[in-house]
Design a binder for this molecule. Sequence first.
Ligand code: SUO
Length: 447
Amino acid sequence: MKYFEANFDGLVGPTHNYAGLSVGNVASLNNARNTSSPRQAAKQGLQKMKALRDLGMVQGVLAPQERPDVYTLRRLGFTGSDHDIISKAAKQAPAVLRAVCSASSMWTANAATISPSADTADGKIHFTPANLTNKFHRSLEPDTTGRILQAMFADPNHFAHHRHLPDNDHFGDEGAANHTRLCSEYGARGVELFVFGRYAFDASKPAPKRFPARHTLEACEAVARLHGLSEEHVVYMQQNPDVIDQGVFHNDVIAVGNQNVLFYHEEAFVEKSQKLAELQRKFGSASELHLIEVKTSEVAVDDAIKTYLFNTQVITLPNGEMAIIAPTECRENDRVAGYLEQLTGRGTPIRHVHYYDVKQSMRNGGGPACLRLRVAMSEQERQAVNPNVLLTDELFTTLNQWVDKHYRDEISEADLADPQLLQESRAALDELTQILHLGSVYPFQRG
Ligand SMILES: NCCC[C@H](NC(=O)CCC(=O)O)C(=O)O
């Protein structure tokens, strides 16, 4: 049977803005309070999705969330009509209003962790939404994410959905941004590499000092248990606390893998050689595992963070060759562009580099890899996916028209206080659930 990897990209929501919400994420803080363009952001995302589809990939769309989140404002004591609540929050708690307006669900690498059927005990694809506890604005995502994933992957014969882990920093879970599956081919059992920032229950272990480690070992272990993975096919690696302190808030800012390739920076991991040897052993010898290590002398951590060299997608094209999908920031940096140029000629499976402009997302610290959730699947499993979320030329046109109809050109901080934004957002999402046949996944549709 044919197996492949599908990418589900987050459609950027109508409230996309720069609120400086993510301490430890350098781009988010540097661009705080700048004016954003939701329309341009959504279109840049759609262009990348279309480009991957044109390369012959299976590409899907993951719907955004309802924002501003007035339900959370109600829980925080704001009362009255939705209009009143937003006005009061704008006056009394502007920082809270900014957080509940975030379109951060666009970074679907943080939506969930997914284990394909070849790896799980019951032969189903398993999904666990990430609880994203470390950032308030992101902790509002998991319930709706879970509903959207269930509406996309509904067939219980093929798909198993778990509830997100307990909402507490001890089980901080950032989803697939810290999870990499290595395998000889997509349909064969793989090794699932879980990367964490700290130990929740052992203060004697290394941890960053300046910026938070969002994801714990204990969260990784819980997800591996829920998904029915075998110990012999799982590796846990700790992120180097020093690079977290430089702004590597997720592993996908410093490493990316696909099939038999792991592309990572020299400084990415704690106990690197020992852990890579374990990975090598668990990977087995069905095919060669390519460990492509980028030295600090080739690209410094700082340049990797600025350009998102590792927040690239490494994809396998239909002809079996691999391509890197990079943000244009990589092409604009001489060192990084030079590195990528020579990489394609080095005899590794990576043969091509393609650059795309996702600047609206990059300014909040989200590159091409942050924008996508990967699901390795068989043709039979693909048949069980809600067909309306898979990108076609027609859906691409429909979604661009939908963006043109509903999205603002610009959003500044003051616009977040405009209650009209909630009405616009709900009207857009109501139409979107019809386009994507998702049913009533949003709180405003559920009464
Ligand atoms: N995987 C990339 C995630 C980027 C995301 N940025 C943000 O939420 C920034 C939002 C803002 O500052 O407006 C984060 O840090 O989790």
